[in-house]
Design a protein around this ligand. Structure first.
Ligand code: FEO
Length: 400
């Protein structure tokens, strides 16, 4: 038996995935990921979300451990992305009388993904309540684009439990405990920046709206679809999510570079050393050809400064530099100080092209873009110093 009761009548029935290499086929999972699902037991039983299809069998066993031979009356679908909706068919097969609860957009996706018709769906409006009896009600609060259009949250007023969908989630499988008070949560915080920056970052304005909807609402447990259930650390988690949603960075600089033969790398190292000399303590250097984009994005989301550099390639941007710029653009990264540099052996165009991409973003460009020809000269080193000093002044809060 592996029963986790979060509070009276609210149970965890999620599963861990330590097998999948890349979430969404893109983002590495060195510490795995959990797909969280929950049961609320009143006189009637509600299941909140399901899990990835590959884990259906384990999931059904978890549910059986909690409810035995009883039926599930309602399956609430807060989010239709298949990491959470993938076991709907298995659940429906075992509990054919259950009612699926979702909104109008959920219903369309249920049809599209699983061929489930609207006649099988209880369609709710924003603020609707379902009474489970036994002193348990479920209130549905629409939170569109956190992280898909149909996303909603479900609130159990009597216990102050919020089933928040992807919001407040993080990568990292659970290691025995489920609620934050049962574990050392330290490893989950870096994974929160990575999860948010990789998956949710584009929708920051919608995350802000969702957080505002619960302003003043008493919440004792935040039950996300990924990572620990938050109880003791709710304030810290909401603060991190709020700051990320506003693109508010901590003082620090990411130096993200590409280099074919080490010459451009020398410029990156020089810039980082000069940042340090100018008092910047949080500096993260990434070789874009070596480090996964997932890790780079996490620190770009965390820190207020970013310097991008790379060689000219086929008279354009180096592919990995182009990939980073594209990821920043698609996430509509804003409120960052950004500088750039480049290189080339006969006709360098890197910094000009990086700058052209930055011109399309709501970021403050810092320092003078420059290109090194072949290998560094004294003038190139001086340009590195100048760029680093200008960046340090901005991230350290010096007004110019
Ligand atoms: Fe964890 Fe947007 O699904």
């Amino acid at each position: 038996m592996n029963i986790h009761e979060i509070c009276n009548g609210v149970y965890y029935v999620g599963v861990n995935d330590r097998t999948t290499h890349r979430f969404e086929g893109l983002w590495p999972l060195p510490a795995g990921v959990s797909y969280n699902s929950y049961i609320v037991k009143g006189e009637r039983v509600a299941l909140i979300d399901t899990v990835h299809v590959a884990q259906s069998s384990k999931f059904l066993n978890r549910i059986g451990e909690i409810i035995g031979d009883a039926a599930i009356d309602y399956l609430v679908i807060n989010h239709m992305e298949p990491d959470h909706s993938g076991s709907i068919e298995a659940i429906k097969a075992k509990y054919p009388a259950l009612k699926i609860v979702g909104n109008g957009k959920t219903a369309a996706m249920l049809k599209g993904f699983y061929g489930i018709g609207s006649e099988d769906v209880v369609t709710v409006a924003d603020g609707d309540v379902i009474d489970l009896g036994g002193g348990k009600t479920l209130k549905f609060v629409f939170t569109p684009m956190v992280h898909w259009p149909e996303t909603m949250m479900t609130y159990v007023e009597q216990d102050g439990v919020l089933f928040s969908g992807d919001a407040f989630g993080c990568f990292g499988a659970l290691n025995g405990g489920v609620v934050d008070s049962q574990m050392d949560t330290t490893p989950y915080y870096p994974e929160m920046y990575r999860y948010y920056s990789n998956i949710v970052a584009k929708y920051g304005q919608f995350v802000q709206k969702a957080i505002a909807k619960f302003d003043g609402v008493p919440i004792r447990y935040v039950c996300s679809t990924h990572g620990p259930v938050w109880h003791d650390e709710i304030a810290r988690v909401v603060d991190i999510y709020s700051r990320m949603a506003r693109f508010e960075g901590e003082p620090g600089v990411v130096v993200a570079y590409a280099s074919m033969y080490g010459n451009t790398e020398e410029l990156a190292e020089t810039i980082a050393a000069e940042l340090s000399r100018n008092g910047v303590r949080n500096i993260r250097i990434y070789n874009l050809s070596h480090s996964d984009l997932s890790m780079v994005l996490a620190d770009v989301m965390r820190y207020s400064g970013l310097i991008i550099g790379g060689p000219t390639y086929n008279n354009g941007l180096f592919p990995e530099v182009e990939r980073l710029l594209s990821a920043l653009k698609s996430r509509e990264i804003k409120n960052r100080y950004v500088g750039c540099f480049g290189s080339g052996s006969w006709a360098p165009v890197s910094s000009k092209n990086i700058k052209a991409s930055l011109d399309c973003m709501k970021v403050e460009q810092v320092g003078e873009p420059f290109d090194m020809k072949c290998a560094a000269t004294g003038a190139d080193i001086e340009a590195c110093r100048s760029l680093a000093a200008a960046m340090a002044a901005r991230v350290n809060g010096v007004v110019e």
